[in-house]
Design a protein around this ligand. Structure first.
Ligand SMILES: C[S@@+](CC[C@H](N)C(=O)[O-])C[C@H]1O[C@@H](n2cnc3c(N)ncnc32)[C@H](O)[C@@H]1O
Length: 194
């Protein structure tokens, strides 16, 4: 799982991706050692296409930002204050570069889950790192409660083969949960505080 670790020593092979989601276009650099380096991940696309932009407001946190498609999409599509974080140093470098390339003002923070995150957010969005294991995924999904405002919302995407249904059952123990979309096995999930 090189994309989840400190991989700055991995030989670089930067490529530029042109990404279009609805009306929004982004030019994003990706590289070896980061998630979905060759194209926008389909799960991420389904997530972004099914979160109503009207529900994205105030302070937004993209957890596990990779090279930045989620946070940068919201930075371009809304006037929100966007923060992005990831544990992967190369992802952090790319997310910063991509923000600059697309002239978007965001904060990009290296962080293991929420370790370096001290603020609270109106919206947290994540395509969680399934391959990092359930403990990390649950730390991100359940840990969001500590970083959401009272009225805040968590949006995430999980595939049915990656435990979407059992994760939804566990999320329902602590959040109000609704499924916004199911597409080719990907569940787009919205969680709010009870
Ligand atoms: C499924 S990828 C999503 C990447 C990006 N948001 C996208 O949609 O293309 C999950 C991301 O979580 C990051 N990640 C893995 N473990 C993490 C951790 N403990 N804390 C924060 N981020 C982590 C990975 O480096 C990866 O970039």
């Amino acid at each position: 799982m090189p994309q989840y670790f400190d991989n700055v020593s991995l030989p670089s092979e930067v490529q530029k991706l042109s990404i279009h989601i609805g009306e929004v276009s982004l030019e994003l650099y990706s590289d070896r050692g980061v998630f979905s380096k060759n194209k926008l991940d389909f799960g991420t696309r389904v997530l972004l296409e099914h979160i109503p932009l009207s529900e994205i407001h105030g302070k937004v946190l993209d957890v596990g930002c990779g090279y930045g498609p989620i946070g940068l999409y919201f930075a371009k599509a809304t006037d929100c204050e966007v923060t992005m974080c990831d544990v992967n140093k190369r992802a952090i470098h790319l997310a910063k570069r991509n923000a600059k390339e697309n002239r978007l003002s965001v904060s990009v923070i290296e962080s293991n889950c929420y370790e370096a995150i001290s603020s609270v957010y109106d919206v947290i969005v994540t395509n969680p790192p399934i391959r990092a294991g359930k403990k990390v995924v649950y730390e991100i999904l359940m840990g969001a409660r500590e970083h959401l405002t009272k009225e805040g919302c968590l949006f995430c995407v999980i595939h049915k083969d990656q435990g979407a249904k059992s994760t939804i059952s566990d999320l329902e123990k602590v959040y109000n949960v609704s499924v916004l979309e199911k597409n080719k096995g990907f569940f787009v999930i919205k969680c709010t505080n009870r």
